[in-house]
Every structure is written in C-alpha cells, then in structure tokens.
Design a protein around this ligand. Structure first.
Ligand code: ATP
Ligand code: MG
Length: 402
C-alpha cells in the first residue's frame, strides 16, 4: 500500500485553488484533506488535520500569513510548506524561507515547475532524500583574473549561511593569491594544507574545530596555505578527498578558485555540482567565457551545471545581456550590479557587503542569488525575445541555446 501525502491548500482565490488541485491531480499519492480561504482564521483547524504538505498563497495579508507559517512550521514538524505568491521581491522570498517554507513559487504558476516542486517535497516527505546529508558544492570560476570570484564566493557563502542556517564551508582554492580570509578579516589557525595532511583522522568534530567559524554564523572558512611550497604538495587527489569529506559534514561548500585551468582547479570543477562562471560585459571577458564553455563541453559537463553570472552589471552597458546569451548559447543566470563603493568599502573593512549597507542593490543581489542557489526557491524566468544578429554579435559564431 502506498503512503499518501495529506495536503492542505490555502488560497483566497478559488480559481487558483482549482488550478492547484488540477496540477496536484497529476502527482501520485497526493491526498487533499482540506481547502481554506486563509491561513489566519483556519490555523487551529489546519493544525488539527496534521497535514504532510501545506500549499499556501501569501499574496494577501502577507505578513500575517507569514506569521502563521512560522507557527505551522514549529507545530507541524513533519509538514513541508510550499508558498505561492504574485510577489517576486527577494525580501519577501527570504522572509518566507526564513518562516519555514521549503519552496517559493511565483504566480502565475507554471505547471511543470509546480509539479517538480511538489515531487521534490514528496520525496523529502517520503524520506527518499536524506535532507541533512545532501550537499551542494558550488565553485566560482573565471579564466580571467579580477572578474569578482572572491567577492561573489565570499558574499554568497555568508548569505547562504544566513538564509538557511545550515552548515556552509567556504574553501579558498586560490593557492597563488588566496584572499578569502582578507575579505572576511579572519586569521585562521589552520589551512587546507593542515587538513589535507590529516585526512585519515578527519571527522565532523575535526572539521568543525579546524575550519574557522565566521562570527556567529553557520559559515566555516578553510584558508589557503600560507606559503606556496605547502600548496604545491597538495595533489588533485587530495582535493577530491577534501571535497568528499566536506560533503559529508556541510550542506553547502562554496569554492573560490584561481583563474587558471590547472589540475587542481579542474578537479574542483569536476567535483562541483554547480559552476558559477563569472563574466563582465566586455569583449575580452565574453571571449574568455566562450573558451570556458568549449572546455567545459570537452570535459563532458552538462549545461545545467554551469550558471553564467554577469558581474558589475550596469543597465546602460554597451554590450547587452541578450547579445552575450546569443553569443555564448547560454542564458545568464544572474546579474550582480556594479557597486564599486560598497564592494571596496566591504573589502577594506573585511566584512560582507550586507554589513556595509544591508539595503544596497549589491547586498540585495547576493541575498537573492543565495536564495536561488539554495534548495528552497524555484525560479521562473521569462524567455527573451528573438534578436537580430548584428554589431557585437557579428564578432562571434552563434551557438544553439538550450
Ligand atoms: N559587483 C561589483 N561592483 C563593483 N566592483 C566589483 C564588483 N565585484 C568585484 N568588484 C571589484 O573587482 C575587483 C576584483 O574582485 P575579486 O577580487 O573578487 O575578483 P577575483 O576574480 O577573485 O580576482 P582574482 O582573479 O585576482 O582572484 C575588486 O577590486 C572588487 O572590488
Ligand atoms: Mg580572487
């Protein structure tokens, strides 16, 4: 006999409820046990039903509904919550995730995305995924120096830790000029070389006491070795083992790299679930990205593994995002705005940009990117219109987009 997922739908819009029900009908083992107009008045009734899955719209009375979600996730420990809303604002997304939502889906719903989210949550509920031991390894890379790898890896790691409260490791694999510790003003007692030399005695306690905890967060930093000689004896096999042991303890591992395609960097890329390929909107950077995509193809990486990030983005840039996408045959996953003042200020003080100005465009961008890359947010983007191949595009050979 199969186990049923007892599901409650809360949405003041009846048409939307019907739509959700019609989508749910396509997922096996879903058992709708209740439908409600709003969470606030129905809280007691919902709690008594002990649902496994709560699908709740927060477009109306957002804050009050979020307060109820906090209570539901505390009192219904086995229930998973999917939030729906017309609101795409990253602050609302983050609030919902912090309140206890597992997924945030923007309305109007896209059937395939909705079903995918429900299936994912269903697996979690049925215990098919061991939620706590599943780790995502994300590497920031560009084959050109100064594109923003360290800025992105560092701020992203801080924001993922803040958002999820799960254990995050930030690893500096830039053995030539690592500066993660400078960006976060840390002076760790241990580094990669020490960890690699003690691989046989590594366990959770060892790792959590060896990596440097960042302030009062769930972020742990592994610094590069202080001198090049120590770095040189670290082998590619060591890097693979290191990533594997980190996977067993942390929910997220964020890796900062050098700009060269050396063996250790490629090993890190091979062992990553996601590669953030960092570019800026100028010709040399785009050409370098093209080379990266060629190499990634030869290395057999799936297209989905690579997320193209445009850093230092300005609305009035001469080169347009659409042009870059056409040239590279790859959609831009995220644009990080140019904000020299905030970044330099943060670097000089050794803090993440959100500590400099929490409301700045760049701090918001890092929080949103963290939400996108953590497992809780399903992102729905609009397709770009077809464009003419001209000007900048003429300089490149066109590739097929995914
Ligand atoms: N979004 C941004 N807006 C403005 N300036 C930025 C932004 N991102 C990075 N920078 C600046 O670009 C410079 C390079 O950044 P960063 O050190 O993060 O790059 P990197 O790719 O790690 O460089 P390297 O290849 O030397 O390791 C820094 O001076 C930083 O202040
Ligand atoms: Mg760097």
């Amino acid at each position: 006999m199969s186990i049923k997922i007892d599901t409650v739908i809360i949405d003041s819009d009846q048409v939307s409820r019907e739509l959700v029900k019609s989508y749910l009908a396509r997922v096996e083992d879903i058992n709708i046990i209740g439908e409600f107009d709003d969470a606030i008045n129905s809280y007691a009734e919902i709690t008594e039903m002990h649902p496994n899955l709560v699908i709740v719209d927060i477009s109306q009375r957002t804050q009050l509904t979020l307060d109820i979600i906090v209570k539901l996730s505390k009192n219904l420990r086995n229930a998973k919550i999917i939030v729906l809303s017309y609101d795409m604002d990253s602050q609302t997304v983050i609030k919902a995730l912090r309140a206890g939502a597992r997924e945030y889906l923007v309305k109007p719903l896209i059937e395939a995305d909705f079903i995918e989210s429900v299936e994912k949550i269903k697996d979690l509920i049925l215990g098919n995924i061991n939620d706590t031991t599943k780790c995502k390894v994300i590497t920031a890379f560009s084959n050109k120096g100064g594109m923003g790898k360290t800025s992105i890896a560092t701020n992203l790691a801080v924001e993922i830790a803040n958002l999820t409260n799960e254990k995050v490791a930030l690893v500096d694999l830039n053995f030539q000029m690592g500066d993660v510790t400078t960006f976060l003003d840390l002076n760790p007692a241990f580094d990669t070389s020490y960890v690699v030399n003690n691989l046989e005695r590594i366990d959770e306690t060892f790792l959590l006491s060896t990596l440097e905890k960042y302030k009062d967060t769930s972020l742990y930093v592994l610094a590069d070795p202080p001198d090049l000689e120590q770095a040189e004896v670290i082998t590619s096999e060591n890097i693979t083992t290191l990533i594997n042991v980190l996977r067993s303890v942390f929910s997220y591992v964020i890796i900062d790299t050098t700009s060269s395609f050396d063996g250790k960097t490629i090993t890190a890329l091979d062992n990553s679930d996601l590669i953030l390929l960092i570019a800026v909107l100028n010709l040399p950077s785009v050409r370098n990205c093209q080379r990266c995509f060629d190499l990634f193809k030869r290395l057999g990486y799936q297209k989905d593994k690579i997320k193209l990030i445009v850093n230092r983005y300005m609305e009035n840039d001469e080169i347009k995002i659409e042009d870059v996408e056409d040239v590279l045959g790859h959609n831009v996953y995220y644009k990080i705005p140019n904000n020299y003042f905030a970044i330099i200020n943060a670097m000089n003080k050794g803090v993440p940009v959100s500590d400099i100005n929490h409301q700045s465009n760049i701090a918001k961008a890092f929080r949103e990117l963290a939400a996108l890359l953590s497992d809780n947010y399903t992102y729905t983007s609009t397709k770009h219109a077809k464009r003419e191949e001209q000007g900048f595009l003429g300089l490149f050979k066109k590739k097929e987009k995914k």
